[in-house]
Design a protein around this ligand. Structure first.
Ligand code: UDP
Length: 319
């Protein structure tokens, strides 16, 4: 279904966006990648410039998105996505989730293309329902330190459904849970790159709070498979795509240690140092992926052990 189609990927030079561009090209689609390199990196997509069907445009999607010729899919992956990045760029984050998403929706409307929104588990905030089903409305502090991202994505979902209902734009909405793998920025502040950087440098793991908060980590290859399955489905409501294997941050530190031992990395025996627990940091998170299983026939295949081994090996040779 993707062969000979044309996709515009907003934020295509980011961590997830760049893996998505690559996967679309591999399936025979041509790709127009738009990025202003605010948190993405040109080097993430530079190798793709040699492939036929890949075009790179430097531009800020909040200023408008213009693409000549036919377009079949507009995929909106443009936004700072780590708590540290969006805390530094709160206005840019709100603008890209509102103006940027509207510009992407208008492009999809004009081209009669499918609009695909990268949303997030952050729409559930610090969840009081566990695991999180798509029907859960969430528990978000509208003025807290994470609100610029959470509310931008909640608004982006609302805008996407409004364009669908009022203007007939064909839409998909994926709620992405914690995803990791090669090409994350080691300094983006998220727990995976933070612990990877620490283990490569032989430093202690910085665990925020007591480390008993939970997350569920999905390897990027699995995440992209799920995204492409949703894109090709006809399901028009939000869908969780993530890995339901939940673990505490302390357990996650142990999993990194184990992977580091196998690769004989300097921090294989790293200790844990505790740092203050960030305000509004969700205490638990695990996707209910029954819908993805039932409707897409998708579920993650890569174990944490294998995903971490690939990730550490990649960073060892690239960092
Ligand atoms: N975290 C941590 N140490 C770090 C970075 C993050 O203990 O150096 C914790 C953070 O408090 C959160 C979890 O790890 O509970 C996941 O954080 P991340 O920033 O990766 O993403 P989030 O799921 O919070 O958006």
């Amino acid at each position: 279904m993707l062969k000979d189609k044309r996709a515009v990927v907003l934020g295509g030079a980011g961590f997830l966006g760049s893996h998505l561009c690559e996967a679309l090209l591999e399936r025979g689609a041509s790709v127009v990648c738009v990025d202003n390199y605010l948190t993405g990196k040109r080097r993430n997509v530079e190798p793709l410039l040699e492939r036929t069907g890949f075009t790179l445009i430097e531009g800020d999607v909040t200023d408008g998105v213009e693409v000549g010729g036919p377009v079949d899919f507009v995929l909106d992956f443009a936004s700072p996505a780590s708590p540290i990045d969006y805390a530094k760029l709160p206005i840019e984050t709100l603008r890209v989730g509102s103006h940027g998403t509207e510009n992407g929706l208008k492009l999809a409307e004009q081209k009669k293309a499918v609009f695909f929104l990268a949303s997030t588990s952050e729409v559930y905030g610090d969840p009081t329902e566990h695991p999180q089903r798509e029907e859960y409305f969430g528990n978000v502090n509208p003025i807290g330190p994470r609100s610029c991202y959470d509310e931008a994505k909640r608004f982006a979902e609302a805008l996407t459904m409004a364009f669908h209902r009022a203007r007939g734009v064909d839409v998909r909405i994926v709620r992405i849970f914690n995803t990791y793998g090669p090409r994350m920025r080691l300094d983006d502040g998220r727990v995976v790159p933070a612990f990877v950087a620490q283990v490569l440098r032989g430093e202690d793991f910085t665990v925020f709070g007591d480390g008993k908060q939970t997350r569920s980590f999905c390897y990027v290859r699995d995440e992209v498979e799920g995204i492409l399955a949703l894109l090709q489905s006809d399901y028009r409501l939000p869908m969780n795509v993530g890995n339901p294997t939940e673990l505490t941050i302390l357990d996650f530190a142990e999993a990194i240690r184990k992977a580091a031992r196998k690769l004989k990395l300097p921090g294989a025996e790293a200790k844990v140092v505790h740092r203050p627990f960030p305000e509004n940091d969700p205490k638990q998170r695990r996707p209910d992926i029954s819908k993805a299983r039932r409707i897409l026939g998708w579920e993650p295949k890569v174990s944490l052990e294998d995903g971490l081994a690939e990730t550490l090996a990649w960073f060892r040779s690239h960092a």
